[in-house]
Design a protein around this ligand. Structure first.
Ligand code: SAM
Length: 306
């Protein structure tokens, strides 16, 4: 089961027009897509994307002529909009970043540090290399920099050292093997979360090129939204949210010009870049966090194409 996060708010912020065209770029298990479909009339259209074949299989349950499912990376949103002839006709794009509950809870997918499974971590297991294969070939420095940059893990050097020493003796192929290396060297007492949380997050982000994907989809969404179209993004950790915030500020924040001073070339350039109106930032309510603890770190940001 996947409980969609900030679903009421995100759908409200999409300002759905009955006959509009929408993209749910992270279909997952269809929570948000189903809510969008309910608001469309027979002339409306929803294009949902996911890179995970399991999500695509699940989507086949939706029998609605307004619904179109696409198995692809969301960074390809521009090419896809040309293919489906919806470029610049899109009224709203929703991104609910991160991974779904079934992905994390299915041991065979290799995302969980709690349940044993093959150390895979690919959202699309038919593409790219698994976490186990990457670890097998990574240098100590590479391990350390991934764990530092994508996990913001304070003990990145220590963890990288121990992973590296352990893999010299025996390859690390299982999630529990990796998780045990970390729990042996970092005590539970020192932190609120499981000691392997940040390392697993880091490797997952690296393996799936998550941050690059987000940068690309945001940029491409600007090209395909129509005037007044909404961009609604839910992120789950600071690395994602920082990218979204920076992007919205870059295209949405007007330069401040001190009164009485002439406008500089630089400020004119910045004005020309303005393509978005920043609408708002929303966090889950205490009630939502109580119902779905996974929502506690979620942040929803909304902008509108101008
Ligand atoms: C948090 S879940 C979305 C849940 C969904 N909103 C729901 O209500 O069921 C994120 C989904 O996005 C997909 N995803 C993540 N990065 C992607 C990418 N770069 N391209 C396409 N799909 C991606 C994942 O496979 C996962 O199914």
């Amino acid at each position: 089961m996947h409980i969609s996060v900030l679903s009421t708010e995100s759908i409200k912020q999409l300002k759905i027009k009955k006959n509009g065209i929408y993209i749910d770029a992270t279909f997952g298990y269809g929570g948000h897509s189903n809510l969008i479909l309910k608001k469309l009339n027979q002339y409306g259209k929803l294009f949902s994307i996911d890179k995970d074949p399991e999500s695509i299989k699940f989507s086949k349950k939706i029998k609605d002529p307004k619904f179109n499912i696409i198995h692809d990376n969301f960074s390809n949103i521009y090419k896809l909009s040309i293919k489906y002839n919806i470029e610049k006709k899109i009224d709203g794009i929703l991104l609910d970043l991160g991974i779904s509950t079934p992905q994390i809870n299915t041991p065979e997918r290799g995302f969980s540090f709690k349940i044993d499974g093959p150390l895979d971590m690919r959202m699309n297991p038919n593409y790219g290399i698994s976490a186990a294969d990457w670890i097998a070939n990574a240098t100590e420095n590479e391990l350390s920099s991934v764990i530092k940059n994508f996990g913001e893990e304070r003990f990145h050097k220590k963890i990288a050292y121990h992973i590296f020493q352990r893999k010299k003796i025996k390859p690390i192929r299982r999630t529990i093997e990796l998780s045990e290396i970390i729990t042996k060297i970092i005590s539970h007492k020192k932190r609120k979360k499981h000691p392997a949380t940040k390392t697993f997050q880091a490797i997952r982000i690296y393996i799936n090129k998550e941050l690059e994907e987000i940068k690309k989809v945001l940029k491409n969404s600007l090209k395909i939204l129509k005037k007044g179209g909404r961009l609604v993004v839910i992120s789950f950790h600071s690395l994602e949210d920082r990218i979204v915030k920076k992007f919205m500020n870059k295209y949405g924040k007007k330069p401040s010009i001190p009164r009485g001073l002439p406008i500089t070339e630089h400020q004119i350039d910045k004005f020309k870049k303005i393509k978005l109106k920043i609408i708002k930032k929303i966090k889950p309510t205490t009630i939502e966090i109580l119902k779905n603890p996974k929502s506690r770190s979620a942040i929803l940001r909304v902008a509108e194409k101008i």
